[in-house]
Design a protein around this ligand. Structure first.
Ligand SMILES: [Zn+2]
Length: 320
């Protein structure tokens, strides 16, 4: 199934060279370019990865109207999601001991999620954002959050965090193992990390495998996992999984279906009219969220949520 004469690129997890072509994909969401990227699979690490990986050209692959930069729209699905997030934060914070808690959001933008965490418990006394987005800094600081402009790999601090949020982050970085090690180092001994990432072993991922499945988020997702391959990588980098669940992948369904409709000439999606702002998007998202929630007890969904703590053996090594 290899489509080109050139050998498959090495996998970004362990540098395995026996990787194979998996699919071709384009940016069906923002149409930042019409270029085709190859998605490869490392059978040994059980991950998908993109080639080329444009980690040094983020300004080109993240458009100005990228969703995490835009003000949150409060549709029905968004409000439901926030209510669920809040319940999750409350439960997580209740499980972490300590009178004063420090919380870090990696890729937290303007700090809107940290606002929610703060509102969940008066014990949250320090909040820190680490993000590459220069534009979000002033807003985050105005909301009372500390802000580090830069990558988590280069974030230096003596502080340790009781809760670390890494929601839809790990699939965007070129070296996920490095970022997981950094999370393990930054956690307090009883701290928890909450991490969300796509799952390529899901129905929508299979149906749209050769139709630029929106979970590839081409070319912005660099590495994709399934449940087993993520747990394996986390455990090899100083973390232990404490809880796991699948959650709805309505945004992937919605963008993938809109692109299928675009191919049929039914809708217009372009750089000027990205999928996320299409008028059908709220309707499609609500429908697919309901579909995914209904089948959640029986089937893996295309988003995974992990809570992680530091591995006990690592704690012992460090003598804490
Ligand atoms: Zn590999």
């Amino acid at each position: 199934m290899v489509m080109t004469d050139s050998p498959s690129p090495a996998c970004p997890i362990k540098g395995c060279t026996d990787t194979s072509w998996y699919a071709d994909a384009c940016d069906i969401e923002y149409h930042t370019s019409e270029r085709t990227y190859a998605i490869h699979k490392c059978g040994r690490c059980d991950v998908l990865f993109i080639a080329p990986m444009l980690w040094d050209r983020l300004g080109e692959i993240y458009p100005k109207n990228y969703y995490s930069y835009a003000p949150a729209k409060k549709g029905l699905v968004q409000r439901l999601k926030e209510a669920l997030d809040r319940r999750l934060f409350e439960k997580l914070l209740a499980s972490i001991p300590g009178e004063k808690l420090s919380v870090l959001d990696i890729g937290g933008g303007s700090g809107w999620l940290l606002d929610q965490v703060k509102a969940c418990s008066p014990r949250v006394s320090f909040t820190q954002c680490v993000d590459l987005d220069e534009g979000a800094q002033a807003e985050a600081v105005a909301r009372g959050h500390a802000y580090h402009l830069g990558a988590i790999e280069e974030f230096e601090t003596d502080r340790r965090f009781d809760l670390i949020l890494a929601l839809n982050l790990i699939e965007h970085v070129r070296d996920p193992a490095h970022v997981l090690r950094r999370i393990a180092e930054l956690l307090t001994p009883h701290g928890r990390a909450l991490l969300k990432t796509p799952n390529f072993d899901a129905l929508d991922a299979r149906l749209f495998r050769h139709r630029s499945w929106a979970g590839y988020h081409t070319p912005r997702h660099f590495v994709l996992f399934n449940r087993e391959s993520f747990i394996d990588l986390a455990e090899r980098n100083g973390l232990a999984v404490t809880t796991f669940s699948y959650t709805q992948g309505a945004p992937f369904w919605s963008v993938s279906v809109l692109d299928a409709m675009r191919r049929l000439g039914l809708v217009e999606i372009s750089a000027q009219r990205p999928a996320i702002y299409h008028p059908l998007t709220p309707l499609l998202q609500a429908g697919f969220a309901a579909f995914d929630f209904a089948r959640a007890p029986f089937a893996p969904l295309s988003q995974m949520v992990f809570t992680l703590g530091r591995r006990a053996d690592r704690r012992m090594q460090e003598g804490s």
